[in-house]
Design a protein around this ligand. Structure first.
Ligand code: RRO
Length: 331
């Protein structure tokens, strides 16, 4: 009915719904709910050079229409990822978008080099983790630091693999950071990582999370995420964007596409509905069809057109899709 294919730079996708980094490890546990090769791509939890145990517990707290996490980059490290998770994704036909994270530029470079000869569909460079020990390491809060990491990764990574920079919404001017990473060689941008938050436990009278602060996700942040996608698309209309932040339904996904995203990632919803990626892809198709779109691609950034430009688009569509009518015969 609707052509659901899309692209993130040179990466062609059968549909525009991906998992969001950090919400499904490397995809294996989701395969019992749906075939992971059928979604746009699996985006892995951010991989680091070494295994990490993460931050102290508790690591999650519920918030109004969302949640706060303070995982602190827990993970197996690149050796185990290359030995186990990545081969599993390849064996199951999934497109693997590998999220990489580091404390220093050198660590990102090491990861890009280690992944060079492996089946990686795209690299998502996580320069925006809110749960690092040192806030100075949130590279995405500083355009210069963000650009340094991205240009180093671009030089080290396989040139055939697109690189997306994952940005933080915790900045004054997201378009400025976006411009910096694109000039540094990023092929596209993932928007947004979680917002920095804090919950106080009223029984212990202390912060609810072991790590004190955490990253806020879920529907509560969706308007912030859509605003970021809108602003970056307006500033850089030709740059492919992967949008995310509180998507629960196909309607939510459509908002991101209309704001300028070429594809979306779904994360927090997976915790209570592990089949959500496939459901959201089906719902998105129905939402597009109901509005007269024949493809995802024609809806990307459509909300930036004026009402009269939109009306012209649909009028031209009607003119080309209606069978010729003999007007004289009908009067
Ligand atoms: O591991 C985490 O605590 C974490 C990461 Br890497 C991130 O990018 N965003 C987030 O909310 N949590």
């Amino acid at each position: 009915m609707v052509d659901m294919s899309t692209a993130l730079s040179t990466l062609e996708l059968p549909n525009p719904v991906l998992t969001a980094s950090g919400c499904a490890a490397a995809g294996e546990e989701l395969n019992q709910f749906f075939d992971v090769s059928e979604i746009g791509a699996v985006v892995t939890k951010s991989i680091m050079t070494r295994a990490r145990s993460g931050r102290p517990t508790p690591r999650m707290a519920e918030t109004p229409s969302g949640m706060l996490n303070s995982i602190g980059l827990q993970g197996p490290g690149i050796d185990s990822f290359l030995a186990n998770e990545l081969p599993w994704l390849k064996a199951h036909g999934a497109r693997a978008v590998v999220s990489i994270a580091g404390s220093h530029t050198d660590e990102y470079v090491t990861l890009a080099k280690r992944l060079y000869h492996h089946p990686v569909a795209m690299l998502e460079v996580n320069i925006s983790c809110p749960n690092v020990e040192n806030r100075g390491q949130v590279f995405a809060c500083d355009p210069l630091a963000a650009a340094r990491v991205i240009s180093a990764v671009r030089r080290a990574a396989n040139p055939n693999v697109p690189i997306f920079a994952k940005l933080s919404p915790d900045v004054t001017d997201i378009a400025q950071v976006a411009r910096a990473v694109i000039e540094a060689g990023a092929d596209g941008i993932s928007l947004i990582n979680t917002l920095l938050g804090l919950v106080i436990d009223l029984d212990t009278l202390r912060p609810a999370l072991g790590g004190v602060t955490g990253g806020l996700s879920g529907p509560a942040i969706r308007p912030v995420a859509v605003r970021c996608v809108w602003q970056v698309h307006q500033a850089l209309p030709s740059v492919p964007l992967l949008g995310m932040g509180g998507i629960k339904t196909g309607r939510d996904a459509l908002e991101f596409i209309l704001a300028g995203a070429s594809a979306v990632s779904v994360g927090t919803v997976i915790f209570h509905d592990p089949s959500a990626p496939m459901r959201i892809a089906r719902e998105l198709e129905a939402e597009l069809a109901a509005r007269g779109f024949q493809s995802v691609r024609e809806a990307i950034g459509f909300a930036h057109r004026t009402s009269s430009e939109q009306a012209e688009f649909f009028a031209a569509r009607i003119a080309t899709t209606q069978p010729d009518v003999d007007m004289e015969a009908t009067v």
